[in-house]
Ligand binder design. Structure first.
Ligand code: G3D
Ligand code: MG
Length: 166
């Protein structure tokens, strides 16, 4: 069985932990406890191709986005999910900056950009030009909501596909 370590990367409160919860447990917790350290969950991903892959999901359990750049956190990661909050424009800039730093530490690795909190429809404020620019750089981008579940399976499956691509 193939096993791959995946890190959750992104600014404070963009929804990293909620996305893992939604994906692994298919629930959304209205209440949330912030503890110190790293939370590790795993889930078996079955791709339409029939390939099976165990994703081991690493999530910093604190509020410090710089902790996601910690060498021990990133060590051995084969890919990552980069998360922005669609209702906070600056979190996309943070994601772009974090991506550069992660890549400089790990080298090129598959990743997917999740523009989370899509359920907050009227408050969406990510810059469309900035998103188009990332698309043209070949970034894979999936709009998600950890609340409704929209896009969540798709985003993890997209990363899984990239991990298995030759
Ligand atoms: P983090 O792990 O990136 O720091 P969390 O972010 O998963 O802890 O989420 C931060 C806050 O955003 C939480 O609210 C959480 O419920 C909320 N949230 C996460 N994803 C979504 C989403 O897709 N839609 C909506 N509407 N809210 C979301 P609180 O109030 O507990 O701080
Ligand atoms: Mg968290």
């Amino acid at each position: 069985m193939l096993t791959r370590k995946i890190c959750m990367i992104g600014d404070f409160a963009v929804g990293k932990t909620s996305l893992v919860e939604r994906y692994v447990h298919s629930t959304f917790s209205e209440e949330y406890h912030t503890t110190i350290g790293v939370k590790v969950d795993s889930k078996l991903l079955e791709l339409p191709s029939g390939d099976r892959l165990t994703l081991v999901l690493w999530d910093i359990a604190g509020t410090d986005r710089l902790a996601t750049l910690d060498a021990n956190y990133l060590q051995g990661a084969t890919g990552y999910l980069l998360v922005a909050d669609s209702t906070r424009r600056e979190t996309l800039e943070t994601a772009v900056g974090l991506q550069q730093q992660v890549e400089s530490r790990l080298g090129p690795r598959p990743f997917v950009l999740l523009t989370n909190k899509q359920d907050l429809g009227e408050q969406l404020e990510l810059n469309p030009d900035a998103l188009r620019q990332l698309d043209s750089r070949g970034w894979h981008r999936v709009p998600t909501s950890a609340l409704s579940g929209e896009g969540v399976e798709k985003a993890f499956a997209q990363l899984g596909q990239q991990l298995l691509a030759p």
